[in-house]
Design a binder for this molecule. Structure first.
Ligand SMILES: [Mn+2]
Length: 319
């Protein structure tokens, strides 16, 4: 059942001992949203298999307690945070659960007892609206995590809407946290040498497809796919797809520049469609999305992504 902020708040009050569960490779938006909800309603933050680097910095610096690989059966209720598919939870067995998410396609809501979904830039913004509805104060640590979630999920405000800026201003105003404090915290994330090597490999293996004045770039690396896709768009790709083949699962991460999005590229939709061709799952945002396919040939799937993007950009098939 779909609920509003008020319904979400009122229903959650019925439960004690709640697990606020983040997607795998949890990012600041997931961790910040889960932590803030756990502080407001009582409960714990669950991490299915680890966090990304920025989220790890956040957890360490702010001393946030998280439960790794939690068992939903040990809790009265689970709230799945910032997550749209079961694959993003590594197929964990859920008991009764609710969903709070901002992705435009959210398969998990079908099995949920209730869900709150808004097509906004970050889950952090939805969580802040719930706190506002509760008339609950936004504590300093919560505010820092929500701002971090908002900054990272909007790609440093590249994909921010006027609502994101308004929410940011409200969080700063009500919590007293300085914006610069959060920026400093995010900037303190150390650069990992294995990540730098992976990004350089992704650049070396890049295949460039030119369609008129558009550049679609594909590459493969075994980890840091999302970061690599972002790097490829920074150095010239309009749309990038980075594939990884790990433990029999093919995973594609993709990014698109604003001009490509404005020309009709919606990566969430493209990756959902391509994933279905290969019996996988996929989705995300206009400018950042991913897919997972069991088995499958990574080059073949990358080619399908390029073809689907070419169709959007030109209305024609790629040569
Ligand atoms: Mn998010």
């Amino acid at each position: 059942m779909e609920v509003e902020e008020s319904g979400f708040y009122n229903r959650l009050l019925d439960y004690k001992n709640i697990l606020f569960l983040c997607h795998r490779n949890a990012d600041p938006d997931a961790v910040g949203s889960a932590y803030t909800l756990a502080q407001a309603f009582g409960g714990v933050v669950g991490i299915v298999d680890g966090c990304n680097r920025v989220a790890s910095t956040l957890i360490k610096t702010l001393d946030i307690e998280v439960i790794k690989k939690p068992d939903p059966y040990a809790y009265d209720f689970t709230v799945v945070v910032d997550t749209s598919t079961l694959a993003q939870l590594n197929g964990i067995e859920l008991t009764e659960y609710a969903v709070i998410d901002h992705h435009s396609t959210c398969a998990l809501k079908d099995g949920a007892k209730f869900y709150l979904q808004r097509n906004v830039s970050s889950t952090s913004e939805i969580v802040f609206d719930i706190l506002k509805y509760m008339e609950a104060p936004v504590m300093r640590k919560s505010a820092m995590t929500l701002i971090a979630g908002l900054i990272t999920d909007t790609g440093n405000f590249k994909y921010a809407t006027h609502d994101s800026f308004r929410t940011l201003a409200e969080i700063i105003e009500t919590s007293g946290v300085e914006y610069g404090e959060v920026v400093d915290l995010l900037a303190s994330t150390p650069q990992d040498i294995s990540m730098r090597i992976a990004l350089l490999k992704a650049a070396m293996r890049a295949q460039v497809y030119r369609i008129g004045d558009w550049l679609i770039v594909t590459s493969t690396i075994s980890s840091f796919g999302g970061t690599a896709a972002g790097t490829l768009t920074h150095v010239g790709a309009d749309v990038s797809f980075v594939g990884a083949d790990k433990d029999g699962i093919t995973r594609i991460s993709s990014r698109a520049r604003r001009n490509a999005i404005e020309a009709g590229v919606n990566l969430g939709q493209i990756l959902e469609e391509v994933s279905q061709q290969f019996n996988g799952t996929g989705g995300g945002h206009d400018g950042a999305a991913g897919l997972d396919v069991e088995g499958g040939d990574v080059q073949e799937i990358l080619k399908s992504c390029v073809d689907a993007t070419t169709k959007k950009l030109t209305g024609k098939e790629a040569r």
